[in-house]
Ligand binder design. Structure first.
Ligand code: ADP
Ligand code: MG
Length: 685
């Protein structure tokens, strides 16, 4: 047997078990070994019968005194045995499992786990878990026992047995790939120790060491991989060299003067563009910091160097909005912008694709539609993805592959806790827009309970009377008796007997057709609607500077980063803006989070807070998208190991970027094993 062997080559694994194992993601022996338990039960400590506390769960190691009795009482079929250890006796009964009569053997030793009660004056366990104790196979009892994620017909005992046997057999073949120096400097245990003890920990301490090693490896290898990818990208020359960097024409065409933060980032971009290797840069900037203008200038630079630019946004609405900002600006400069999205009629799509291919279109804005097969560019020199965390690394590279080593620019407003940025965007250089456009009044944030409903509705009405507009965000689309959340669909009706009954209202949510959504968004942008009721579909990028109120219902349902994004939809113009968080939550941590929102406007600070108060939750659900899923590391809890792994990967990479030195060879092999199938650098369509 080898590590790379298919699971079906194991003895005791036939067709059926292969299918079951495949279902939980186990295809090879290697997968099986790395199938990390989801939890453990400590079955290493038993109580003597005399020490069992009535009403509390206990594990006892006992023998069966005599043949089990089976009898019927009412509708119940009962099996009863008397068990004993050196300290006493107890009764054990099971209901409706008559076969146990033949399973349980007198004199055999069993481990019984359950709650004991006094029944008919005797200590009695009712329907406890039990397992036979056999010295030679102590993998289910008498130790810390792993619990795995299962699927129907795949049980713990089977998995434990398979993993145990495989580890035992493979032990001589499991090689250490981590250079000795890294192991020493970071105080890591050996790989074989880690694998054995993650499944069958000898002790709490051994488990801790094992887990630390595996978490370290996972993060270290990922980071090293991203560093090498970056190295590879840098090595290749870009297909279209850029030689012109004069931006006056476009900056003069913009309706505002660039902030110093924007200017700095543009300078960094120009420096990248003037190098012979492709730019690979992430532009981070809080919501409203003006990332769009930076993208526009990058596109302009591409244009004057004879190259096309592609701008990919995660949603239809956002792509359209970008188009509406880009098109008029560039039209004045004689530069042609087109919009390609899935919801266009086939005829239009065909026409636009033709323009992209012929080079008639200079700037191409679109959704995922851009990465489809039929889209071909004439001279793609720059790829920009907006709100990067919505796209995977691979999607980004799919678009890049349509050019000849084009420059890439990634824009993200999601404030990523600093400690995680490197792992998540390890293959990118990072620029941050540090300033906000001036003249923006800070958005005042209030946290209120629904008791204030009439008052804040009155406040919104006043804003509308002054010519402003408002967003109301609900956590649900439809009402649901159980959850009791405010819902988008019924919200307008609920305003019928409030002061807002006569203002113009509309709603949007993710389940609507793109055209409907777009129409409503356009109406709102044009001021034809006073209040837009929405789900978090409006969270990303929507820009309506006249809107001055963001009201969020059931605000405790959202993470801080998400609330911050939502709040960023207002305060985008010259008007004083307000964010009202409504919540009746009784939970102290939730209240704490909402209070934090009223105190700080800094997205980074909020994202760090979010992590400490709430854990990674959905935040990383989406963020991780596009990275290989982490099997064991928890980016939230393992912050310390993450730092160590990052530092170790960084210094190893700096010392030996191509992993050519002999102590690093096994590591190089391991990276290859892990990522060979992952076509990060050479995507093919
Ligand atoms: P984000 O970084 O969230 O994508 P946008 O690019 O949408 O932000 O910009 C937010 C708003 O700020 C837009 O209305 C935009 O026109 C405006 N804006 C951008 N840069 C400046 C600037 N330098 N001065 C004034 N307003 C600006
Ligand atoms: Mg934006």
């Amino acid at each position: 047997m080898e590590i790379t062997s298919e699971i079906s080559t194991l003895k005791n694994v036939g067709k059926k078990r292969t299918e079951l194992l495949n279902k939980v993601g186990i295809y090879t022996v290697f997968d099986l070994m790395e199938y990390v338990p989801r939890d453990y039960t400590d079955r290493s400590k038993f109580s003597a019968l005399k020490d069992v506390t009535v009403g509390e769960e206990a594990i006892v190691k006992v023998r069966i005194k005599s043949k089990p009795e089976a009898f019927i009482r009412g509708r119940l079929r009962i099996v009863r045995v008397t068990v004993y250890d050196e300290t006493g006796e107890a009764a054990v009964i099971w209901f409706n499992q008559p076969y146990l009569k033949n399973t349980l053997k007198p004199k055999d030793e069993y481990l019984i786990t359950g709650k004991a009660e006094i029944y008919q004056n005797r200590l009695t366990f009712t329907s406890p878990d039990f397992e036979a104790v056999k010295e030679e196979e102590s993998i289910n009892t008498g130790r810390i026992v792993p619990k795995y994620h299962l699927t129907k017909n795949l049980n713990q005992k089977l998995l434990r047995r398979l993993i145990y046997d495989t580890l035992t057999e493979l032990e001589p073949q499991i090689k250490e790939y981590m250079p000795q120096k890294v192991l020493e400097q970071n105080g890591l245990c050996s790989r074989i120790f880690a694998l054995k003890n993650i499944h069958f920990p000898e002790s709490d301490e051994a488990f801790f060491q094992a887990r630390r090693r595996l978490v370290f490896d996972e993060l270290f290898l990922l980071r090293l991989r991203l560093l090498t990818v970056r190295g590879e990208i840098k090595k290749e020359a870009c297909g279209i060299p850029y030689t012109f960097f004069e931006t006056d024409r476009i900056t003069e065409a913009l309706p505002f003067k660039l902030t110093t933060g924007q200017q700095q980032v543009i300078d960094e971009i120009i420096e990248d563009l003037s190098s012979s290797s492709p730019m690979n840069r992430l532009v981070q900037g809080d919501v409203g910091s003006g990332k769009t203008a930076v993208a526009e200038i990058a596109c302009y630079l591409s244009y004057i160097n004879g190259a096309q630019s592609a701008v990919m946004a995660p949603t239809d609405v956002l792509a359209t909005q970008h188009y509406q900002t880009f098109a008029p600006l560039f039209e004045r400069l004689g530069i042609k912008t087109v919009l390609l999205k899935g919801s266009l009629p086939a005829k239009d799509k065909r026409e636009i694709k033709k323009q992209i291919k012929s080079g008639e279109a200079d700037i191409i804005i679109g959704t995922h539609a851009l990465i489809q097969k039929g889209v071909e560019f004439k001279e793609l020199g720059l790829v920009i993805t907006d709100e990067q965390h919505r796209f995977g690394v691979n999607q980004r590279h799919l678009l890049t592959a349509k050019g000849k080593n084009p420059h890439t620019l990634v824009m993200s407003a999601t404030p990523i806790p600093r400690t995680l940025g490197l792992i998540l965007y390890g293959d990118l250089d990072i620029s941050t827009i540090t300033t906000m456009p001036s003249g923006r009044a800070k958005t005042d944030t209030f946290y209120v309970t629904s008791a204030y409903r009439q008052r804040f509705y009155g406040f919104i009405l006043n804003q509308i009377k002054e010519g402003r507009q408002a967003y109301i965000v609900c956590a649900a689309i439809e009402e649901n008796e159980k959850s009791n959340l405010k819902a988008v669909n019924s919200y307008i009706k609920s305003l019928d007997d409030t002061c807002l009954r006569n203002v113009r209202k509309a709603f949007v949510h993710g389940k609507m057709k793109p055209e409907e959504k777009q129409q409503t968004m356009n109406d709102f942008a044009e001021g034809k609607i006073d209040i837009l009721i929405a789900t978090t579909v409006i969270e990303v990028g929507i820009n309506v500077p006249n809107a001055s109120v963001m009201l969020i219902e059931d605000a405790d349902r959202f993470g801080l980063s998400q609330l911050h994004q939502l709040r960023g939809r207002v305060g985008r113009g010259e008007y004083k803006s307000y964010c009202i968080l409504v919540s009746d939550t009784k939970s102290a941590p939730s209240k704490e989070r909402l209070k934090t929102m009223t105190k700080t406007a800094d997205g980074f600070e909020l994202s760090e807070k979010d992590l400490t108060l709430r854990g990674p939750g959905d935040f990383f659900g989406t963020l991780q998208h596009g990275l290989p899923p982490l099997k064991i590391a928890n980016l939230y809890k393992d912050g310390e190991i993450l730092k160590e792994a990052q530092n170790a990967a960084q210094s190893l990479y700096e010392d030996d970027p191509e992993l050519k030195k002999s102590p690093n060879e096994p590591l190089k092999e391991r990276l290859f094993e892990l990522y060979e199938a992952d076509k990060i650098t050479a995507p093919s369509l």
